[in-house]
Structure formats: C-alpha cells, structure tokens
Design a binder for this molecule. Structure first.
Ligand SMILES: O=C(O)c1ccc[n+]([C@@H]2O[C@H](COP(=O)([O-])O)[C@@H](O)[C@H]2O)c1
Ligand SMILES: Cc1cc2nc[nH]c2cc1C
Length: 349
C-alpha cells in the first residue's frame, strides 16, 4: 500500500506553462494554423506530460501483463486457458502479433506473469505471479483487496524500472484468456451499463454464448456489489490481475511524467480503474485504437479519450497501442523539426 500511496502522491497536473508556449510555437509553424490536426494536440500534450519543450519518444516498450481468470470455468471464453501461458512465453520470442508490430515500431516487448494459472518455464518472462489466476467472481471476489493493491504495485514497479532505464514512451498490453469478461464487468460497474448492452464476443464467442457471458457478468456484479466510487474495490471484486498490473503501469507513467498508450478493451478497463483511483492519470494517457469489441466504444467515451485509429482490430497484447507509436513520434517530429514563419523570414500581421 505504501508504494501505491507514495506513487499516487507524486502525480501532478500537466505543465500548463510549457503547454502554452508549445501551442504558441505550433500555431506559428510554417503551415496553416491547426492544419496538422490531432498531431498538434498530441505534441502539446507530450510537452505538458514531460515538461520538456522538445520531448523525445525514442526509447519505447510495451509492457504485456498476463493473467488467468477463475470465471473462465463458467464457459465465457472460446479458447483453451493454456493459451495464456503459451503466449506469455511467446512474447519473449518475437513471434506474436505484438512482437511483429513492436519490431516495426522499434519497441521492446516486456512479458510479465502477474497471474498465469501455471508455472512458466521461460526465464525471459518476468515472474511477478501474485496467484495462479483470479478466483471465480460469480462465487465471490476475484481477489482480495490486498491482492488488488499488489497487482497495482507490480505494475508500478515494472514501469518505474523501465523508466529508470530510460524509457520515454510506454504502452500497456495484456494476455488473459477470458479477460473480456472482467473488463466488461468493470465497464458496466463504472459506467452503470447493463452488461447485456455492452457484452461482446471477445476472442470469438458464439452469439448464444455472448448472452450467457452477459448473465455471468451480471451475476458477478450482483454477488460482489462493487462500489463504483472505489477503483480498488471494483478491481478486486470483478477485475483481473493483469488489469491491475496495467493500471499500475499507467499510475507510474503519470507519477514519472512518461506517456502511456492504452490498447483495446481490457487496457481501457484498466485505465478506467487507474483514473477512478486518481483522475489526473488520464492526462498522461493516449488512447490508441477503437477496438471492435462491443463495449470498447462506450469504455473510451467513459474514459474521455478519443482513440487515434480505427483499424477493426481486437487482438489485445498491446498491438493497437504499439501501432500508434509512430503517430506519436510523428507529433514529436512536427514539433521538433518544423520551422516557424518568422524563422522562414515570412512576416504575418
Ligand atoms: O484488446 C481488445 O480489445 C481485445 C478484444 C477481444 C479479445 N482480446 C484478447 O483475447 C483474450 C480475451 O478474449 P476472451 O474471449 O478470452 O475474453 C485476451 O487474451 C485479449 O488479449 C482483446
Ligand atoms: C491465439 C490467441 C492469441 C491471443 N492474443 C491475445 N489474446 C489471444 C487469444 C488467442 C486465442
């Protein structure tokens, strides 16, 4: 709890003064005012996050948190649970979706076992296992409050270590068969949505099973009665270990003034938890892509961040987030490379 408290205590407002100066300069760059659209907003936000006039995003990593889910036994996911363990090892081998996209985006992939249901034999996976998957949330809380805080703190520790090594751009990814179920539960609780309205097919569940999945989510919420005003309570009762880990990465990014890119549905649920715990975290986040998963659009709206891309993706692992690394870098190049009208010797009224 100490680490969480201490980290939350470090989170400040964005550097408004630096942002004002950046905006003024961006408005004077040699282009019609506002003509680089959202790249301009992104550059201004990066200046506010880092407090640096010319920020850099050349040392990037995606932190992939992996965990399993007790609620899997209720038949809410189409794939064998062992895929969580297999992929968590594969992330270290450069052979998964996120590895391919991270390679193109010049980012490292960091694979963290925060709660996979079996022991992994791949030494390059960072072993921070809190337990062998969450408990079945239709029968009681997914985890204790203490375990939820531990999950947040594991995320804080991993991200802070990376930032100490020089990372200046982070993304959150995840792996967890069944994790669209707790994510949808979190979004239902925090947005007061009926699970039937926002439950989707996840990795590919059939239509009848999606109805069953929504009922399971409703049951978990009714049994646990999470307090929507308490992010840690929601995380512990209907969340997941990897969701807590990702929320911790976002909290650490905010505390250390490093931007964190949010991936799809599950990462957005984590962002909602992080922002419920400390609303200022939102200022340090970039939403990457609009996941095709049913609840994703409402989750992004609830978070209040507009995703950059619409690519009909729904893989997770951090794929959508790393895909936007080059866009974020483009904003930095605009800010750092372009000259102003004045510097070009053009006088304007
Ligand atoms: O990121 C997303 O929006 C997303 C949407 C659907 C599925 N996924 C991935 O698929 C897994 C969860 O799907 P499911 O059906 O097992 O709940 C998990 O490993 C996620 O990384 C991810
Ligand atoms: C193969 C596979 C890879 C994944 N990556 C993220 N979620 C996944 C789910 C499956 C089934």
């Amino acid at each position: 709890m100490e680490l969480l408290k201490e980290t939350l205590g470090k989170i400040k407002e964005l550097d408004k003064e630096a942002m004002g100066k950046a905006r003024e300069r961006i408005n004077n760059l040699i282009k019609p005012e506002g003509s680089l659209g959202r790249l301009e907003e992104m550059a201004e936000k990066l200046v506010g996050i880092t407090g640096k006039r010319f920020p850099k995003v050349d040392n990037r990593a995606v932190i992939v948190m992996a965990g399993d889910h007790g609620v899997y036994e209720e038949g809410v996911a189409p794939d064998p649970q062992i895929i969580t363990a297999i992929q968590t090892c594969n992330f270290t081998k450069g052979i998964t979706g996120v590895c391919a996209l991270a390679k193109q985006a010049k980012a490292d992939v960091i694979s963290v076992d925060i709660g996979v249901a079996s022991d992994l034999k791949e030494p390059r996976v960072i072993n921070r296992k809190i337990k062998y998957g969450t408990d079945n949330m239709t029968k009681g809380p997914a985890m204790t409050r203490k375990e939820a805080i531990k999950a947040l703190e594991v995320g804080i520790e991993i991200a802070t270590d990376e930032i100490k090594k020089g990372r200046n751009l982070l993304a959150t990814g995840e792996m967890g068969i069944g994790n669209t179920t707790p994510s949808t539960a979190i979004i239902s609780v925090l947005g007061s949505y009926d699970p039937q309205e926002i439950t989707g097919k996840g990795a590919g569940l059939s239509e009848e099973k999606v109805i069953h999945k929504a009922r399971i989510i409703k049951k978990a919420i009714e049994i646990n009665k999470p307090d929507p005003e308490d992010g840690i309570d929601v995380l512990s009762k209907v969340g997941g270990l990897e969701i807590g880990g990702m929320a911790g990465v976002m909290i650490a990014g905010a505390a250390e003034r490093v931007p964190v890119v949010v991936d799809g549905l599950i990462a957005t649920a984590a962002a909602l938890i992080a922002c419920k715990i400390e609303p200022k975290v939102k200022n340090y986040l970039f939403a990457s892509h609009a996941s095709l998963e049913k609840g994703a659009a409402r989750a992004s709206k609830l978070l209040g961040l507009e995703p950059m891309l619409n690519m009909d993706m729904r893989l997770g692992e951090g794929t959508g987030a790393v895909l936007t690394f080059n866009l974020i870098e483009a904003a930095v190049y605009m800010n750092n490379e372009m000259i102003t009208f004045e510097e070009a010797g053009i006088m304007r009224d």
